[in-house]
Design a protein around this ligand. Structure first.
Ligand code: BGC
Length: 727
C-alpha cells in the first residue's frame, strides 16, 4: 500500500514538473511575443545580421542585449577586432585549451564529453560569450580534409553519442552551443561553393544523425549553416536541409546562423530558414562611408523586400522570435551561472580527456610504457615535441594560458633519464591560407637528429602533421596522405641508427606509414591542448593506461579510402560538383564490406593490460519494433595493470533487400576494470535504430528478419557473433 502511495506521489510530482515546464515555456513565448510587438521593423531587421565580426546588435532602446559569439570548439578563442580578422590584443583572453574533438571522440566516454562541455561552457561564460561556435560533427569522409581534427570521426552513432553530453553541459552554463557545419562540409577544398550530390540514404544514415541527436536529444540552441552547396542550393539557406529537415521534421526551435560569409541571396536567406547572417565579405566601416553591415543580405535588401510586400513580415518575426528565445536561454536568462576560467579543475579535465583519448596502436616487445625511474638516455626527436599546437589551424586557434609541450612533459616525468632533443625536421611557421617553408637547413637538422638517436637507449619520435595550411588546418585540404616535411626519409634513417624506436604521431588525420613494420611502438596522440605534454608523459610512463580507440579508419593508402576509390568526381569533385559515390559505405563500413583491410581499424586501440570478453548474450532472441535489445557480457582484466576497455556492438543485416554495410556500430560502453577483476556490462539499443532510410517512402524502414550482432573491442576484433530476429 505504502509503495503504491509513494508511486502515486512520484507520478504527481513528475506530472507537476512537466506542467510547470510547459507553463514556463508558454510564459516564455508570451514574453517573447510582447517584446516582438514593441520592436520596429528596423530594430527587428538589425537583429538578424552582424554588427561586428563576432556580435549581432541588441535593441538599446529596450535594454535588449547584443549577442556575443566566439569560436569554438576546443576552447574560447581570443578576442577578434570589431571589423577585421586581426586579434584585438586583449590581455585577459587567454584560456584553457581542451583537446581537439577527434581526441574527445577517441575516448569513447560520453561522461568525459559532459565534463569537457561543462568546463568549456564555464570558460565561455566567464568570457561573456552567449554563443560558442562548436561543436562540429561533419563526418570524416577523407583523410585529406583539413578540418577533421575539429570533428568526431567517421561514425554517426559515435558522433551522436559523444556530441549530446557536450552540448547539454555547455548550455547548462547559459551559453548556447552552435552546432556546425550543417551540412556536408566534408572537405575544405572549394568549401565556399562546391555542390555536393549525395543520396537521401547516405544523407540520413551517415551525414545527418549527429545533427539530429544534437537537436532532439541535446536540445541545441543554435546551428551553423555550412559554406558548400547541396543539390544546387547553398546550405546556409536551404529549403530541404533547414526548412524541411531541421525546422519541420526535427522541430528545431533555435537559431540558424550562417558560417562567416556563407549567405548568398536575400530572398533565399529570408525564406529558407536563415536567422542570423554573419561574416559576409565586409570590413565594417573601413571599406565604405555607411556602415557596411547594413548591406548584408538580411539587412537593407531584406527590409526592402518586406516593405514592397514581396516577403511577409511574419517571416522576419519568426527569425526574431527564435533570436529572442535564444537570448532568454542565454544573455536574458535570470539564473545564469557566472562561469570560471583557467582554474585547476579545467586543466584536470583537459588532461583526463587527453589521456583517455590517446590511442596505442602498436606495442612490440612491450616498448611502452617506459619506466620513468630508470637511468637511461632518451632521444626525443621531431618538431612536434616542442611545437605549439594551439596556434594555427584556422578559426579553432587558441591563445592558451599554458601549453605543455611533449618534451616538457617528458622532462618533468622522466627525472632520472638524460633527455636529448633534436628537431630532426622543420615545417615553417603557420601562415593563414599559405605555406611558408622553413628557412632551417633540412640536411643539418637530419644529421644532428641521427647523431643523437644513435647515442640513446630509446628514441621517441614526435612527428605527424601540424596546424599549418595544407596540414590539419581550415581553408585547405592536404595534398596527399604521406607524412610531410621529409619525415619518412628521416624516420628511415633514424630506424637504421637505432632500432629501439617508438613513434608518437600528433595529428587529427590518418597518415601513410611505410616505416611501420620497423618501429617498435606507435601512439596516436591528437592535438591535446593545454595539458598535451603531461597527458603524453602520463601514457608513455604508464601512469595512465591507454584506453583510446580510433574514431576513424586508417587506410594503408589513400585509394583504399572509399571517397578516393571512386576518383576525382567523388573527391574533390570537378570544381563545381562532387558526387559521394561511396554512398553509405563510409569509413569502416567500406573497409568491412569491400574486404579492403585498413592499416588500423575504426574502434581499435591497445592497452597495457589484456581484456577478455565472455558470456556474451542478449536478453531475448526475438524482438519487435520499438523493443530494446539488451546485451550483457563479462569483461575480465587478465593482465597486471588496471585499465579500461570499450565493449563495442555492431549490427548487420544479412540478406537485406537493400545494400547494407556488413556491420554498423549500435552501442558501446567503456568500463574501468582493476587487474585480475571481472565486471558485467550491459548495453542496450532500440530495434528501431536498425532501420535503414528507405528512399522509396522517404522514411525509416525496419526490415523484419534475422540480424547479426558482432561484439568485440574493435571493428576488426570481434569476439562473438549472435543472431537475433525482428518480427
Ligand atoms: C569557420 C567557422 C567559424 C567561423 C568564425 C568560419 O570560417 O568555418 O567554423 O566558426 O569562421 O570564425
Amino acid at each position: 500500500m505504502k509503495r503504491i502511495t509513494l508511486g502515486i506521489v512520484i507520478l504527481v510530482l513528475i506530472w507537476g514538473k512537466a506542467v510547470e515546464a510547459q507553463a514556463t515555456a508558454q510564459g516564455l513565448e508570451v514574453r517573447i511575443d510582447s517584446i516582438l510587438a514593441q520592436l520596429t521593423l528596423e530594430e527587428k531587421i538589425s537583429m538578424t545580421h552582424a554588427q561586428s565580426k563576432f556580435s549581432s546588435p541588441g535593441v538599446p532602446r529596450l535594454g535588449i542585449p547584443e549577442i556575443w559569439m566566439s569560436d569554438g570548439p576546443h576552447g574560447v578563442r581570443a578576442e577578434i577586432n570589431w571589423d577585421d580578422w586581426g586579434y584585438a590584443g586583449w590581455t585577459n583572453d587567454s584560456i584553457t585549451a581542451f583537446p581537439a574533438l577527434t581526441c574527445l571522440a577517441a575516448t569513447f566516454n560520453p561522461e568525459l564529453s559532459s565534463q569537457y562541455g561543462t568546463a568549456l561552457g564555464e570558460e565561455a561564460r566567464y568570457r561573456k560569450k552567449d554563443i560558442l561556435l562548436g561543436p562540429g560533427v561533419n563526418i570524416y569522409r577523407t583523410p585529406l580534409n583539413g578540418r577533421n581534427f575539429e570533428y568526431m570521426g567517421e561514425d554517426p552513432f559515435l558522433a551522436s553519442t559523444m556530441v549530446v553530453p557536450y552540448i547539454k553541459a555547455v548550455q547548462q552554463n547559459g551559453v548556447a552551443a552552435c552546432l556546425k557545419h550543417y551540412a556536408l562540409n566534408n572537405q575544405e577544398l572549394w568549401r565556399g561553393h562546391i555542390n555536393v550530390e549525395v543520396s537521401d540514404r547516405a544523407l540520413h544514415e551517415i551525414y545527418l544523425p549527429a545533427y539530429k541527436a544534437a537537436v532532439q536529444e541535446a536540445g541545441v540552441w543554435s546551428v551553423m549553416g555550412s559554406y558548400n552547396q547541396f543539390r544546387g542550393q547553398y546550405c546556409s539557406h536551404h529549403e530541404i536541409l533547414i526548412n524541411k529537415i531541421l525546422k519541420d521534421d526535427w522541430a528545431f526551435d533555435g537559431v540558424l546562423i550562417t558560417d562567416w560569409g556563407s549567405a548568398h541571396d536575400t530572398r533565399e536567406a529570408a525564406l529558407n530558414g536563415l536567422d542570423i547572417e554573419m561574416g559576409t565579405g565586409t570590413n565594417g566601416l573601413t571599406t565604405s562611408t555607411e556602415n557596411a553591415y547594413s548591406y548584408y543580405y538580411l539587412a537593407k535588401p531584406f527590409r526592402e523586400l518586406i516593405e514592397k510586400g514581396e516577403i511577409e513580415e511574419a517571416v522576419l518575426d519568426d527569425k526574431v522570435r527564435r533570436i529572442l528565445r535564444l537570448m532568454y536561454r542565454t544573455n536574458m536568462s535570470q539564473n545564469r551561472p557566472l562561469g570560471r576560467m583557467n582554474n585547476p579543475e579545467h586543466l584536470d579535465v583537459a588532461r583526463k580527456v587527453a589521456g583517455e583519448g590517446i590511442v596505442l596502436l602498436k606495442n612490440d616487445e612491450a616498448f611502452f610504457p617506459i619506466n620513468p625511474d630508470k637511468k637511461m638516455t632518451i632521444a626525443v626527436i621531431g618538431e612536434n615535441a616542442t611545437r605549439a599546437m594551439t596556434v594555427g589551424g584556422g578559426s579553432s586557434e587558441l591563445k592558451a594560458k599554458k601549453e605543455i609541450s611533449p618534451l616538457k612533459g617528458l622532462q618533468e616525468r622522466f627525472t632520472q633519464a638524460t633527455i636529448l632533443h633534436s628537431m630532426g625536421y622543420a615545417s615553417g611557421p603557420p601562415a593563414y591560407g599559405k605555406v611558408m617553408p622553413s628557412i632551417l637547413d633540412a640536411d643539418s637538422l637530419q644529421k644532428t637528429a641521427i647523431r643523437i638517436a644513435s647515442k640513446a637507449d630509446v628514441v621517441l619520435y614526435f612527428g605527424g602533421l601540424n596546424k599549418n595550411h595544407g596540414q590539419d588546418c581550415e581553408g585547405g585540404d592536404r595534398k596527399d596522405m604521406a607524412l610531410p616535411f621529409g619525415q619518412d626519409e628521416l624516420l628511415n634513417k633514424l630506424i637504421k641508427a637505432n632500432r629501439n624506436i617508438g613513434v608518437i604521431l600528433i595529428s587529427g588525420n590518418a597518415v601513410e606509414m611505410p616505416w611501420l613494420p620497423r618501429i617498435k611502438g606507435l601512439i596516436q596522440a591528437w592535438y591535446l591542448g593545454s595539458e598535451a605534454g603531461h597527458a603524453i608523459a602520463d601514457v608513455i610512463s604508464g601512469d595512465v593506461n591507454p584506453s583510446g580507440k580510433l574514431p576513424f579508419s586508417f587506410p594503408h593508402i589513400l585509394v583504399d579510402n572509399a571517397a578516393h576509390h571512386y576518383g576525382e568526381l567523388s573527391y574533390p569533385g570537378d570544381g563545381t560538383n562532387q558526387y559521394y559515390k561511396e554512398d553509405i559505405l563510409v569509413g569502416y563500413r567500406w573497409h568491412d564490406t569491400q574486404k579492403i583491410k585498413p592499416l588500423y581499424a575504426f574502434g581499435y586501440g591497445l592497452s597495457y593490460t589484456r581484456f577478455k570478453l565472455s558470456r556474451i548474450k542478449t536478453d531475448k532472441s526475438s524482438y519487435t519494433a520499438g523493443d530494446s535489445v539488451t546485451l550483457s557480457c563479462d569483461v575480465a582484466n587478465t593482465g597486471n595493470t588496471n585499465g579500461s576497455e570499450v565493449v563495442q556492438v555492431y549490427v548487420g543485416k544479412p540478406n537485406s533487400k537493400v545494400k547494407r554495410a556488413l556491420k554498423e556500430l549500435k552501442a558501446f560502453r567503456k568500463v574501468e576494470i582493476e587487474k585480475g577483476k571481472k565486471v558485467s556490462v550491459m548495453l542496450t539499443f532500440k530495434t528501431d535504430n536498425l532501420a535503414f532510410y528507405d528512399e522509396s517512402i522517404s522514411r525509416w524502414n525496419l526490415e523484419k528478419g534475422d540480424y547479426l550482432l558482432y561484439v568485440g573491442n574493435a571493428s576488426n576484433n570481434i569476439t562473438k557473433e549472435l543472431k537475433i530476429n525482428i518480427k
